[in-house]
Design a protein around this ligand. Structure first.
Ligand code: ATP
Ligand code: MN
Ligand code: MN
Length: 301
């Protein structure tokens, strides 16, 4: 059994050494949250986030002047992040390597926030072997107008079909419109195998219930359905990390939930970065123990 160590929670207030400038700058104009509040959110949530965001190639959604102003997706460092944000060389399609960024601690997260980051997205592989994916994600994207009940039922359906083939899965409200169904896996298959498995799984669901599910990108064919976006599982793709803030109105956050909790929520964005205390308390509850961890491998299908 390969060693799968959870990132150790930081001793003390490890992010404190990172200086956050312009704490009063409003990042979320609709609801008033500032850069300081965003930094406090990440400092408080770092122990919960690091097992998922740490030591994986990370892409940042940076909005230095706040959401609504110019934002950009960043996966390489131009050298401006300093020591707490690390680099891992990864081969591009043409074979030459590019440095991708990753963090390992609260100071790394906070350095990114200082640089205007709102969202953290990670690869489904760790920096020690980026060619060995250890997580599969089905990103459920409901067509506009579909009710929350449909989304909830769809997530549950994926959970059950995954359980049928022996796979434990975990639900995360994206903080936006949909749900991510997360399947932790022991490394051992290639990206190609992962993507192929995810594609076949998503296609099987949409073929069984074509009125409910669609597994192809086509916007036109999506009307009234849930798009099962399996392309999060190809090499280089990312998905938003648990407890990341979202660059959306209301400063919502990506929220891991227990399967039995779905009925408590009526949207994919029930909490915001103002709710750190509540969510830290919540995370200690029994229902979330072990969220996102399972020792399992892809079955031969
Ligand atoms: P929602 O529930 O509203 O769909 P989401 O986080 O699932 O929220 P998607 O638009 O479905 O948002 O995107 C899924 C994932 O694709 C994101 O979490 C992100 O990691 C990745 N992604 C989105 N936009 C980009 C982009 N511009 N470049 C690279 N990856 C992206
Ligand atoms: Mn989505
Ligand atoms: Mn998507």
């Amino acid at each position: 059994v390969p060693e799968r160590v959870e990132a150790a929670p930081e001793e003390g207030d490890a992010g404190a050494e990172v200086k956050i400038s312009n704490r009063d700058r409003v990042i979320f104009p609709e609801s008033g949250e500032t850069k300081g509040m965003l930094a406090d959110w990440y400092a408080q949530m770092a122990p919960l986030m690091l097992p998922f965001v740490g030591s994986r190639p990370v892409s940042l959604v940076r909005c230095p002047q706040g959401r609504g102003k110019k934002c950009f997706f960043q996966k390489h460092d131009s050298g401006s992040f300093g020591d707490h944000v690390r680099q891992v060389p990864i081969a591009e399609k043409d074979g030459h390597a590019e440095d991708y960024i990753y963090v390992e601690d609260a100071a790394g997260l906070l350095t990114c926030v200082q640089m205007g980051t709102i969202e953290f997205h990670t690869w489904g592989a760790r920096v020690d072997d980026v060619e060995a994916p250890d997580r599969m994600i089905f990103d459920l994207d409901p067509d506009e107008g579909l009710g929350w009940d449909e989304v909830r039922r769809a997530a549950r359906h994926l959970h059950d079909r995954l359980a049928d083939i022996g796979l434990a899965s975990f639900a995360m409200l994206s903080g936006g419109k949909g749900v991510h169904v997360v399947v932790p896996l022991m490394p051992g298959h290639s990206w190609e195998a992962h993507k192929d498995f995810a594609r076949r799984f998503a296609e099987a669901l949409s073929m069984a219930e074509p009125d409910r599910f669609i597994a192809t990108m086509s916007k036109a064919k999506r009307v009234g359905k849930i798009f099962i976006d399996y392309l999060r599982n190809q090499r280089g793709a990312t998905a938003v990390t648990p407890y990341s803030a979202r660059a959306r109105a209301g400063a919502s956050v990506a929220l891991p939930i227990a399967w039995g909790e779905f009925h408590q929520f009526d949207s994919a964005h029930p909490y915001s970065i103002r709710d750190a205390e509540t969510l830290l308390r919540r995370a200690k509850g029994k229902g979330l123990a072990g969220w996102g961890f399972a020792s399992q491998t892809l079955p031969d299908l």
